[in-house]
Structures are given as C-alpha cells and as structure tokens.
Design a protein around this ligand. Structure first.
Ligand code: NAI
Ligand code: 13P
Length: 335
C-alpha cells in the first residue's frame, strides 16, 4: 500500500474507542502515530499482539507506524500534531504532566465531545489558556461518527473545525480514506458546543426510551432539541451557522438513535431505574453527557436561555428527581 502522509507525526492522547479509531485511520494513511495510553499492560499488549485489549479489539495496528507508550511527554515531544481523545473529565490530569511550553509550535486537535468539569470550559479554551496556545493553532474533530463503525470501515463523515481553515483542511487530508470523508469548517466554538449538547440530548432520549416512550416521542424530542441548541448557540456566539449540517444535526441524530451511543445507553439505564452510579459502573465507557449537563446548566445560569431538555436531564442526574416526572413535564413543553 502506498503511504499518503509518511512524514506527519501525530501524538494520539487516549486509550479509548475514539483514540483507537483515529489511530487506525491516521496510521493506515501513513502517518507516524505516537500513542499515549494510561495503562502499561495495554501498551505491552499492543506491542505484543498489535491490538488494543480494551477497545475496538478487532483492529490490528502496524507497529512500524504506531508507537504505544505510557510517557505522555515523550509522545508529545516527537509530534507535529497532538490529538486529544480522552474523555473531558480526564484532560486536566492527563495534561498536567506537560509543562506550559510543551505544545509550542504544535497543532492541537480536540477529538473530545465534552467540557472540562468544574471549569465549564470547552477543551480548546482550556488547552489554549493552559499552554498559551493561540486558537488559530487548534481545531476539533466532529461529525456523526461512532468508533465502532470506523473499526468496521463503514462509510463515515468528519468535520474539522478551526478558525484557521488551512489547518482544518490539512488535518482533514490526514483523515480522508476509502471510507472516511472529511472537510474543513470555521465554526470551532459552535461545532464544539453542539457536540457537547447532542450528548445531553441523546442521554435524555435514552431516559425516555428506558421509560417506555417510543420513536414518535423521540422524534419530537430531537426536533425540540434542535431549537434548544439553536437558542443556546445564538446566545453564546451569534454567528451564521447551518445547524442542519452533519457536524451539528448529523451528530445529534447518530447519537440519539445509534445502538453504539454511550450517552443513549447510559440514559436508557437511568430510565429503566438504574442509579447514576450503577449505570456508570455497568459501562466500561464514558457518557460525556453526564458531565456536560452540569457544565451547560451552569453556563446557562448567566445566559438564561430556555433549555427544557437540559434542565430535565440536570434534575434527573443531579437532583435525583424521578425520570418519569421530568419526562412527563417535558411532554407538556414540547410542540
Ligand atoms: N467513541 C466514539 O465513537 C466517539 C467518541 N468521541 C469522544 O471521544 C472522547 C473519548 O471517548 P471514548 O474514546 O469514546 O471513550 P470510551 O468510553 O471508549 O473509553 C473510556 C476512556 O476513558 C479513559 N479513562 C477512564 N478513566 C480515566 C482516567 N482516570 N484518566 C484518563 N483516562 C481515563 C479510558 O482509559 C478510556 O480511554 C469523548 O469525549 C467522546 O465524546 C467522539 C467521537 C466518537
Ligand atoms: O459522538 C459520537 C458519535 O458521533 C459518540 O457518541 P457516544 O459517546 O454517545 O457514543
């Protein structure tokens, strides 16, 4: 196979499903991928068997292009591009080991669809401030794309958001292959916030499903969600954007409807009566929407946007209001 990008050096930060899927796409395109994983035994397993033992274990890696390691400083030092793919709740502790100049002269892509808990910041805002990095040097990976379908090489679409369209286009090129189409977009903030919010909506769709509501109700929930997202984005960052594009609506739809969605699965368990703790323990994966709902709810205390779905999810997850009560209230608010 000819290598499309033999000289590009990537640092992949994260050992979960999405990091594994992105490492597959990038390395198969010929990039050199230094791959930080948290557990030494996972690194050793990858080196021995060429498979990630925990996530997307069917994917086999070419170890002449993929270099697993537990040393985040080493992995970052070598790279031109740093791709962040740990859940947002672990960004701080993962990057804490790096000094403030570690990302100087690097281009940083967040593949994370969550906010930094406690700080209620987008990942790119946090990284930009912590590492004194201009947002022009940053981008995000968005779009309706489940890691599980990447592993199966199903046709997928990604959008790279960055205020620097040239950077977004460069990273799009690294991703394009037989089954991935990627394109550049300028709306970094809007795309990143929408990716966070669609997780909250998918989680709440899961709650309704767990309570026995059907497809008719879910379709109305999703339609109302688009309006909720539009109101919030307009209040926060009023610029023209086409919310029907796949980076916004497409990602909302796939997460709300897919069997692979972590957020929907988590919500479904809560709707069926699991406590938040037991639902989290049951999943070996992270539902970003759980953390995101608190961040968005708190950001909205100043904005005061009408956000019935987010408020319902917050009451269920953080104030222990019975899911049936909150969904019953939503029923009356939807049009
Ligand atoms: N899975 C997918 O299809 C997609 C995921 N994303 C985003 O990618 C990000 C990563 O999620 P996934 O790969 O899905 O995760 P996952 O749910 O597959 O796996 C959980 C990850 O959390 C890590 N983790 C758990 N405790 C940790 C700790 N204390 N410190 C550091 N890491 C810890 C695990 O090592 C593992 O990497 C999320 O923001 C998610 O929204 C974005 C697009 C698609
Ligand atoms: O963002 C995703 C698909 O585009 C993944 O969503 P989940 O985390 O709910 O699986």
């Amino acid at each position: 196979m000819s290598l499309a990008f033999p000289l590009e050096k990537i640092a992949m930060i994260g050992g979960g499903s999405w990091a594994t899927a992105l490492a597959k796409i990038l390395s198969e395109n010929g990039a050199r991928v230094g791959w930080w994983l948290r557990h030494k035994e996972d690194v050793q397993h990858l080196q021995r068997t060429r498979h990630n033992p925990r996530y997307l274990s069917s994917v086999q890696f070419d170890l002449t292009r993929v270099f697993p390691s537990t040393d985040v400083e080493d992995v970052v030092k070598e790279a031109d591009w740093v791709v962040l793919a740990v859940p947002a709740a672990f960004v701080k502790e993962t990057l804490d080991k790096l000094d403030r100049d570690a990302l100087k002269n690097k281009r940083v892509i967040s593949a994370i669809k969550g906010m930094i808990p406690g700080r209620n910041e987008l990942v790119t805002d946090y990284v930009s401030e912590r590492f004194r990095l201009s947002r022009e040097k940053m981008g995000c990976v968005a779009g309706p794309c489940h890691a599980e379908e990447v592993a199966l090489e199903k046709q997928s679409y990604l959008t790279i958001g960055s205020p620097d369209l040239a950077l977004a286009e460069d990273f799009s090129q690294l991703l394009r292959n037989r089954y991935v189409k990627a394109h550049a977009a300028a709306d970094l903030d809007g795309i990143e916030y929408c990716a966070v919010m669609k997780n909250i909506i998918a989680l709440t769709c899961g709650v309704a499903h767990g309570l026995g509501y059907g497809d008719n109700f879910q379709a109305v929930m999703v339609a109302n969600a688009v309006q909720e997202i539009r109101r919030f984005l307009y209040a926060l960052n009023p610029q023209p954007r086409d919310l029907s594009a796949s980076a916004y609506l497409g990602d909302l739809l796939v997460t709300a409807y897919s069997q692979f969605s972590r957020n929907r699965t988590f919500g479904n368990m809560v709707g069926r009566g699991y406590s938040v703790k037991s639902a989290q323990m049951e999943m070996n994966m992270v539902a970003e929407g759980y953390y995101a709902v608190k961040s968005i709810f708190e950001v909205n205390k100043d904005l005061r946007v009408n956000m019935p779905i987010t408020s319902a999810a917050y009451h269920i997850l953080y104030e222990k209001v019975a899911p049936a009560v909150e969904i019953e209230l939503l029923k009356e608010k939807f049009r």
